[in-house]
Design a protein around this ligand. Structure first.
Ligand code: HEC
Ligand code: HEC
Ligand code: HEC
Ligand code: HEC
Ligand code: HEC
Ligand code: HEC
Ligand code: HEC
Ligand code: HEC
Length: 439
């Protein structure tokens, strides 16, 4: 035998030796963890009917803790959407009330959050857009898949296709509870690790009107996250920033997860001081307390001066957007409505679309870009678009409806440049381009 062959056969021997215990563990894992007799019944059938569901569950912390199919699906007394399923009374929808059997704290915090109320958008302009301007199915498969539908039960475990399947964050369930815990904890693994991943939030927090995932991905935080994914320890039971991981924050780190000073919260609004959603941003109630909670997160990785200055930069950006663009634009719209130059029907006039995009898309991007350190969203997807459409579409459209109406806006310090720059200023700009590009 050559030396090579000897090593090879020794390797094969070692391999076989190692395989024995591996095989024993595998057979143990393939067997179900001990479960209740009712839970075992579910497994007996579902192992062949929905094998993937059973496998997902088997790998979960629930299975290890003997939380079985029946622990979750067993009918709650007050729930109208339950049925007799081979002698076992179950519900298909495992609502937050069901999870609350064991996770009362998380369910209560979630119930008090904006997330739980996300299906309440009937009175909004966005709803007119979805339901009327676009049409019903657009709202069902668009708006409601993020915000949540009102689920209607048809009996025998069946639901109305107009609002089911749905995992929107504020889904209104047949038992009156709000939300879907599976919106973040994908079934049937129900893992914390998944919920800590930015992509998880990105199903909904994306696109032209709230591009948080895009902003995050281009930020230093997103870059560090990708570069250090292996060190993020996402699977850890506790996930305390600075203790269990240190490389980068994810959405969950800043908005939900624990620090050494504060516990996990399922109220995602608890650390936010401004609301960036409306046409004009306002500070929330108790904003100082909320901001302090967020600063506590940052302080694990940054010095006080860095964080304080970040918040100064952020406040100045929101003030700029509010004072220079949002307030004058809002006031002009109100004048045009009051004077009958615009009808009260939303979206029937060009100018209403122009205004909507300025605040609802571009103005949000400008503010959100700064809030989460994505400079391209602050600038090119944000303030650039706001300025372009404010000066070239919004103001001219207002002038057309009521000549002279924009004069007072253009006379303010913010907008005076439009009447002409000083020769010294112009000279500087022209010289810059001449020197740099020879043109
Ligand atoms: C005797 C076999 C059997 C037993 C026992 C059983 N199931 Fe089922 N289950 C089925 C079959 C068959 C379906 C239908 C699958 C389909 O529609 O493709 C089903 C469907 C379901 C559905 C989906 C219903 C829907 O319409 O969306 C759920 C949820 C469910 N089972 C949960 C359970 C749970 C929890 C248990 C134990 C408490 C259980 N099942 C016990 C056979 C069984
Ligand atoms: C931790 C709670 C929990 C456990 C444990 C659990 N489920 Fe579920 N199950 C859910 C949730 C939540 C949904 C999704 C319904 C919803 O959106 O609320 C669901 C949905 C289902 C569906 C419908 C899925 C579809 O896509 O049609 C089936 C079938 C089902 N479960 C079977 C099982 C079986 C079988 C087991 C045991 C292996 C099990 N479940 C264990 C919570 C649970
Ligand atoms: C891709 C998922 C998604 C879709 C589709 C979607 N939204 Fe939203 N919507 C969100 C998110 C996420 C927010 C919160 C953004 C934030 O806080 O920055 C939001 C915010 C809102 C708000 C503001 C809520 C408040 O408290 O101020 C309204 C109203 C709204 N959406 C209605 C709608 C309507 C109506 C539609 C369909 C025309 C729709 N949305 C489509 C994800 C979505
Ligand atoms: C917006 C996304 C989101 C939703 C919706 C959500 N969770 Fe969580 N959940 C998380 C995140 C992120 C973590 C991990 C926190 C951490 O870093 O430890 C978590 C962790 C948990 C844990 C582990 C213990 C803990 O508190 O850390 C439980 C239990 C839990 N969630 C239950 C629920 C229940 C019940 C619901 C529905 C009422 C729910 N979650 C809805 C994101 C969510
Ligand atoms: C019968 C009790 C029970 C029910 C019902 C239940 N859970 Fe749990 N859950 C547990 C236990 C026990 C653990 C802890 C396992 C551990 O510590 O390892 C757990 C852990 C978790 C975790 C953390 C998993 C991880 O990766 O760290 C999440 C998330 C979670 N549950 C979500 C849910 C959701 C969502 C529901 C409803 C759809 C639900 N649970 C229903 C008992 C339950
Ligand atoms: C299934 C869709 C969906 C998912 C997934 C989701 N969100 Fe949201 N989120 C929304 C909607 C819709 C709103 C707006 C609710 C409203 O005000 O009507 C919102 C609002 C928020 C707000 C503003 C809350 C406030 O009180 O002002 C924050 C912060 C937030 N989400 C963070 C997160 C984080 C972090 C995650 C992931 C761990 C996440 N969301 C996952 C849909 C989602
Ligand atoms: C480094 C921490 C950090 C990370 C990472 C982070 N955020 Fe934020 N987020 C903030 C701060 C700071 C604000 C502004 C808070 C304020 O107004 O005081 C904010 C604001 C928000 C808002 C409120 C917007 C509104 O309409 O008022 C939402 C929604 C949000 N973040 C979601 C997310 C999502 C989703 C992710 C991941 C894709 C994420 N955040 C990542 C720190 C973070
Ligand atoms: C888990 C650690 C961690 C947390 C928590 C964290 N950051 Fe960072 N932050 C970093 C890292 C790492 C960098 C990148 C440093 C570098 O390489 O330049 C960074 C960069 C930054 C930058 C510079 C962005 C740029 O483009 O240069 C700002 C501003 C910032 N963080 C603010 C914050 C704020 C505000 C918070 C809290 C809302 C926060 N960070 C939370 C780790 C963190």
């Amino acid at each position: 035998m050559t030396a090579y062959k000897q090593t090879l056969s020794f390797r094969v021997f070692l391999f076989l030796l190692l395989m024995v215990p591996v095989q024993i563990t595998l057979t143990a894992a393939q067997q179900s963890p001990q479960v209740s007799p009712a839970g075992q019944k579910c497994l007996d059938c579902h192992e062949s009917i929905t094998p993937a569901v059973v496998e997902q569950w088997r790998g979960s912390r629930h299975a290890a803790a003997r939380v079985d199919c029946n622990s979750c699906h067993q009918a709650n007394p007050g729930d109208p959407a339950t049925f007799d399923h081979y002698g076992l009374k179950i519900a298909v929808i495992v609502t937050p009330n069901y999870c609350a059997r064991c996770h009362a704290k998380q369910a209560k915090e979630f119930e008090g959050s904006h997330h739980a109320d996300a299906a309440k958008f009937i009175g909004s302009l966005d709803n007119v857009l979805g339901e009327v301007v676009e049409g019903g199915p657009a709202a069902i498969n668009g708006c409601m898949q993020c915000h949540g539908s009102t689920v209607a039960y048809r009996g025998e475990g069946k639901f109305d296709a107009a609002n089911w399947p749905n995992s929107g964050i504020g889904r209104i369930n047949p038992d009156g509870s709000k939300g879907s815990c599976a919106a973040c904890h994908g079934r049937h693994a129900f893992s914390s690790a998944q919920a800590r991943q930015p992509e998880n939030c990105g199903k909904c927090h994306m696109g032209p009107d709230h591009p948080q995932i895009e902003i995050y991905s281009e930020s230093k935080h997103g870059i560090q996250f990708r570069a250090n994914l292996a060190k993020m320890n996402l699977d850890s039971k506790n996930w305390i920033v600075g203790t269990d991981y240190y490389s980068a924050p994810t959405c969950a780190t800043c908005h939900m997860s624990a620090t050494s000073n504060q516990p996990v919260t399922h109220d995602t609004g608890g650390r936010i001081s401004w609301t960036l959603r409306p046409a004009v941003s306002v500070k929330l109630d108790n904003w100082e307390k909320r901001r302090a909670a967020m600063k506590d997160v940052c302080s694990n990785c940054h010095a006080t001066g860095w964080v304080e200055n970040f918040y100064k930069q952020y406040d100045l950006t929101v003030d700029l957007y509010n004072e220079k663009f949002a307030k004058p634009a809002k006031a002009l719209m109100e004048k045009l409505y009051a004077g009958g130059k615009l009808t009260r029907t939303p979206f029937d006039e060009q100018m209403e679309w122009t205004y909507y995009e300025i605040w609802h898309h571009e103005g949000r991007r400008a503010r959100m870009g700064t809030a989460m350190m994505g400079p391209d969203y602050t600038q090119w997807h944000g303030f650039y678009e706001v300025s372009k459409h404010f000066y070239n579409d919004f103001l001219p459209e207002a002038e057309q409806l009521e000549p002279g109406i924009t004069k007072s806006v253009l006379a303010t310090d913010w907008h005076r440049w439009k009447a002409g720059m000083k020769p010294e200023e112009l000279k500087q700009i022209l010289e810059f381009y001449q020197q740099r590009y020879k043109q």
